[in-house]
Design a protein. Structure first.
Ligand code: DGI
Ligand code: FE
Ligand code: FE
Length: 195
């Protein structure tokens, strides 16, 4: 795909190499899978394919950074200090978006927000946020028991796919007795809970 240079001043190929340099081969394959799924969803639902490609390629850009770098970024960028109570799973999107902005020069707020929300979702999600959130869950490399069902729903009704993913992620976290990030609960209340 050719980028218009509106959102990033390098080509897709150059972005792919920069992303590859940040992560393991396995995670890089995941990222390419997310891009593939995101492009299909963007095409089906009418989101920007270029923004979907850039957000998908960068969504896990910071995932292999050390905790100390995230902690330093939270302090340096003046992000909510409450974030310091969390860990890589929550930081790599929310804090990672700032590293993407700084290091790759991406300033488009829609792209940055899709990166920020990709792990937890949110009560309010744009079409691009949903595309990235769902693509991350259904990309071709994912293999968990209900992934085929999630893929089917994703191409029938994107909001239902957000709901399906949120419900299953939350029940997985509860089963593990993981600490639930408040935004994850907000996502559940908006997209899953019966009104
Ligand atoms: O980065 P990926 O592995 O591609 O996927 P992701 O960013 O959607 O999720 C990363 C991890 O974050 C995954 O193991 C689930 C976890 N997670 C999602 N919501 C929460 C969470 N972990 C905690 N502790 N609390 C949450 O609310
Ligand atoms: Fe992630
Ligand atoms: Fe991911």
């Amino acid at each position: 795909m050719d980028y218009s240079e509106k959102y990033i001043d390098i080509s897709r190929e150059e972005l792919v190499s920069k992303v590859q340099a940040q992560m393991s081969e396995k995670r890089f394959r995941h990222v390419l899978g997310v891009e593939q799924a995101a492009l299909q969803l963007a095409e089906k639902y009418g989101a920007s394919m270029e923004k979907a490609s850039i957000a998908a390629l960068t969504h896990d850009y910071a995932k292999e950074r050390k905790d100390a770098e995230f902690q330093e970024t939270i302090r340096h960028d003046g992000l909510d200090p409450e974030l310091l109570n969390w860990g890589n799973e929550i930081w790599h999107g929310i804090v990672g978006a700032n590293l993407v902005q700084r290091e790759l020069g991406i300033t488009d707020e829609e792209i940055l927000q899709a990166i920020r929300l990709h792990t937890t979702g949110a009560a309010e999600m744009t079409l691009l946020d949903k595309v990235i959130y769902v693509a991350d869950y259904i990309e071709p490399g994912r293999s968990f028991p209900k992934v085929e069902e999630a893929r089917k729903i994703a191409f029938e009704d994107l909001d239902m796919a957000v709901s399906y993913e949120t419900k299953h992620t939350l029940s997985y976290l509860v089963k593990k007795e993981a600490t639930i990030y408040p935004k994850t609960i907000e996502t559940y209340n908006r997209w899953v809970a019966k009104k």
